[in-house]
Design a binder for this molecule. Structure first.
Ligand code: ARG
Length: 467
């Protein structure tokens, strides 16, 4: 098919067997430069190390090597100064850099691609980039953990209702609730660290898919680029995008944690709960309702987590039908990953700020424990401990007392001893000691429990664990 928009010239880097150029549509569908130019630093660093290795193994001359390295550094400066002209006709960052290198140093530039293909090159660039993203995620999570631990310490004694099914269940401390998120973010950090370990094998030298006949030293390039070792199978190397999938899985799980905390903040800050107040920095007003303070940042953390989950899904679906080895479908890995990284770093920064700024309404939290028979479990436990009855019987007795209080329109400690005795004659005055939420909370001193003393213990352990 001839296309009137077909370019007259074949591509200068791969067009040897082509008579004419590609169509405009082909250029548009094929080019990745608009988004993969973000990889320029990794691309240039990888090329410099590849070049040094080619010199060290006598595959290219030292003079050519010097010219290549110098030219590549100049290109990096040009890009950083905003002076580099990226071209869609040159498809991607790899060919944009190589083509410019030819302009700068002439034909010797063509030696750089010896024993290399864009397939192992892109895998290397992208791995280096995702590796940095893992480190940034770890730093960001650490900052969020510190904010949580600090708030948990301040609020170790603050009593609030703990919920199951969003129904008042048992009184807990707010510090304990915050430390629950500390644990989630600890696991998230270990997922990123783990992904980083697994990705840290160098693809360079796998070439197009089969390895190379040149006597390259893959250990040299791996070491120079901070990888633990070269990859072991050239076909796997150019087919593998697990590292991006793992990063996005870790980001998606972590985004779900951020989203759950965001959802709680939305609930806690509404007038009906009024447990917390969010700062001006992370809320907006309404143009029509002057009383409003909308928790937009929290809502957007919740909303944007969906986008990260979507990016993970898009790459999973892209990869699932691909035969070995490289297929151009894989170029779709980047926008999804780049967007996931940007979105994740934004929501984690917003969440850290919201946690730091959040004001806690201690009295409102405490007041909310006055409804919902929240110490019913303490009452049942008392019946077991003091009257020696089986827990199931105690549960039944307590249920009857709750029904009685409900009918009377009071909480459990609003029943008189006489009324309680109608349900279980053995009950004594001592029962009133466990019906207060303060006592309930203070009694839960089991390891990892909600008692303020235990929360403070976990706070100090958390500080050590943050690292
Ligand atoms: N731009 C491509 C990508 O992002 C680079 C690899 C191209 N390889 C090839 N044989 N066409 O994946």
């Amino acid at each position: 098919m001839t296309d009137k928009n077909q370019k007259p010239e074949a591509n200068s880097l791969w067009g040897g067997r082509f008579e004419g150029g590609v169509s405009d549509i082909m250029e548009k569908i094929n080019a990745s430069i608009d988004f993969d130019k973000i990889l320029y630093r990794q691309d240039i660093t990888g090329s410099i190390e590849h070049c040094k290795m080619l010199v060290a193994t006598d595959i290219i001359s030292a003079d050519d090597g010097d010219a290549i390295v110098k030219g590549l550094k100049q290109i990096e400066d040009e890009i950083e100064a905003g002076e580099f002209e990226f071209s869609a006709a040159l498809e991607d960052i790899h060919m944009n850099v190589e083509s410019r290198l030819t302009e700068i140093i002439g034909a010797a530039a063509g030696r750089l691609h010896t024993a290399r293909s864009r397939n192992d090159q892109v895998a290397t660039d992208f791995k280096l980039w995702v590796r940095d993203a893992c480190d940034q995620a770890d730093d960001a999570l650490k900052a969020l953990q510190m904010a949580l631990v600090e708030k948990a310490e301040e609020n170790a004694h603050v009593i609030m209702p703990g919920f199951t099914h969003l129904q008042s269940a048992q009184p807990v401390t707010f510090g304990h609730h915050l430390l629950a998120y500390f644990e989630m973010f600890t696991r998230d950090r270990s997922r990123f660290q783990d992904a980083r370990k697994r990705l840290n094998e160098c693809p360079l030298g796998a070439a197009a898919l089969a390895g190379t006949s040149f006597p390259i030293d893959r250990h040299q390039t791996a070491k120079a680029l901070g990888f633990d070792r070269p990859t072991s199978n050239s076909m796997d190397t150019v087919s593998d995008r697990d590292f991006a999938l793992e990063f996005m899985s870790a980001a998606a799980i972590s985004a779900v944690h951020i989203s759950r905390l965001a959802e709680e903040m939305v609930t806690w800050s509404c007038a009906q709960f009024n447990f917390i107040q969010m700062s001006d920095s992370f809320t907006t007003g309404s143009s029509i309702m002057p009383q409003k303070r909308n928790p937009d940042a929290a809502e957007l953390c919740r909303g944007k987590s969906g986008r990260i989950i979507g990016s993970l899904n898009s790459l999973l679906v892209t990869m699932k039908g691909l035969a070995l080895t490289f297929s151009k479908d894989m170029q779709e890995d980047k926008e999804a990953t780049f967007d996931a990284v940007e979105t994740y770093s934004l929501i984690i920064a917003a969440m850290t700020g919201m946690v730091e700024d959040m004001k806690v309404n201690e009295n409102e939290m405490r007041k909310a424990t006055n409804v919902g028979f929240i110490t019913a479990t303490d009452l049942a436990d008392w019946v077991v401990r003091v009257l020696g009855l089986p827990f199931r019987t105690a549960h039944h007795i307590t249920g009857s007392l709750v029904a009685m209080a409900e009918k009377k329109g009071c909480d459990l400690d609003g029943l008189t001893l006489e009324e309680m005795k109608q349900v279980e004659p053995a009950i004594t005055d001592d029962v009133f000691n466990v019906l207060s939420v303060e006592k309930s909370v203070a009694s839960r001193e089991s390891f990892g429990g909600t008692a303020p003393s235990q929360v403070l213990k976990q706070v100090s352990l958390a500080k050590e664990r943050i690292g």
